[in-house]
Design a binder for this molecule. Sequence first.
Ligand code: AMP
Length: 540
Amino acid sequence: MHGLMMDTQLSVQLILERAKQFFPKKEVITRQANGNHRYTYADFYQRVLRLASLLQQLGIKPGDRVGTFAWNNYRHLELYFAIPCIGAVLHTINIRLAADQLTYIINHAEDQALFFDPSLAPLVKQFAPHLETVKNFIVMDEIPIEELNAQSYEKLISEQPTDFVLPKITDENMAAGLCYTSGTTGHPKGVLYSHRSIYLHSMAICMADMMGLCERDRTFPVVPMFHANAWGYPFASALVGATQVFPNHFMQPRDIIQLIEQEKVTVTAGVPTIWLGIMALLEHENFNLENLRLIVIGGSAVPVSMIEYFQKRYNIPVVQAWGMTETSPLGSIALVKSNLLSLSDEEQMSYRVKQGIPAACVQIRAVDDDGKEIEWNGEARGELQVRGPWVAKSYFNTTERAEAFCDGWFSTGDVVAIDPEGYIAIVDRTKDLIKSGGEWISSVDLEIALLSHPKIQEAAVIAVPHEKWVERPLACVVPKPAYSEQFDKEEVINYLKSKFAPWWIPNAVEVIKEIPKTSVGKFDKKRLRIMYQDFQWPVG
Ligand code: AMP
């Protein structure tokens, strides 16, 4: 039966109009060198209309992709709304990629215009001559850059009317956003988000058992706006009228924590490496974090020590979330269900370090090598598959990895166990598992343990070829500064021996200065594997 309910098309426009209509006095705050920039959603709305008008004047049509190459700031937020609200596609581009990758991505997306932060102009200069479709370069600043033929954002929008009428979004399934995955194999691949998926994903983030974003919150996504839409925070925050705080390019641990303190941030989110840096700083300096009610950490596995640190010292819950660019990104979250609260702290922690139960609307299953669904007994392992209204149905304009989308499910490439309570535990990425003598060793489990060692700052475990066992684990660790001079590898091995079966114990520990990071700030194990491909195992 059709037509039971009104036919409201879910859209980014609905989010924008709601923010302006009901929360016009709430603020958007951006860190700047000369004091924080702040304005209200009412001011924001006026500028979004001017920008939307400009986009139309530039000839941007529904369905056209428009690139943004920027830090987390208020102008980027304006683009987040103006582009989809005229029916075009917001393509957020990763500012940490190399010039040739950026050329590939922008040409593949066929971006018609490129908006970029002035601080990124040197990089834009490198790839601009190779772009095939970009007709307009606009620098997000007051001053144009002649060399790039880039017009000034502020000048252009100041010439636009504030009474521009947004075209109606008549189909919620229209594309609204585009983001390329960091692509560990093959080319980077694009994922298109629709108006509907963005709206539903925003609602999911705001559910109490997810991140519970609400009007009283002051949100601060440390995760970049080019990494899966800053995990949906800008849209979800506007939907509920939360105050939004952005760090701009001030991304050092001290900058981040100062902004959290100054602006009384209540919810923040980022990858574990960010929090490792912040924990190192908090060891030596005091900050007032009393307004922070939730730290969401995801993108890589979260060590116990990180959860305990913020809980015990600051009484702030750390909640782990799992997701992917392909899943918008919210897939699952590790809240402890009330029926588990009678368990000991240690047993509860064993749930908090898992990747959690899926968000409402997201369905999960895991399949073994024969394609058979595994049992949810916490032991059996298989590749996680997901489906849901904000999970991609295919990659954009490519047949690469088309096999990942099959029977209405998306194969994530994450190897997991699922327990009887429905909690997912990521054992590894399929390509990071260590195959030792026909048995699998989880690099993630070893890393989590290493990162909880009091003398270790960063750690990654990789497979290195081994004559007898095919592969064996090699632990690469960065000691905390206080221990860098006298770091005892044997102590680390003994520590692991107390936690894992003997055959899981890495055959060697390499002490290094820094673990290479990916463009979204995760430990880059692909690069580590290349660095150690000719590693000679110690004899004996
Ligand atoms: P990306 O699309 O770049 O965000 O990468 C997605 C991948 O990050 C997933 O497939 C996982 O392998 C990994 N990932 C995301 N969240 C977590 C988490 N909480 N724990 C472990 N791995 C994670």
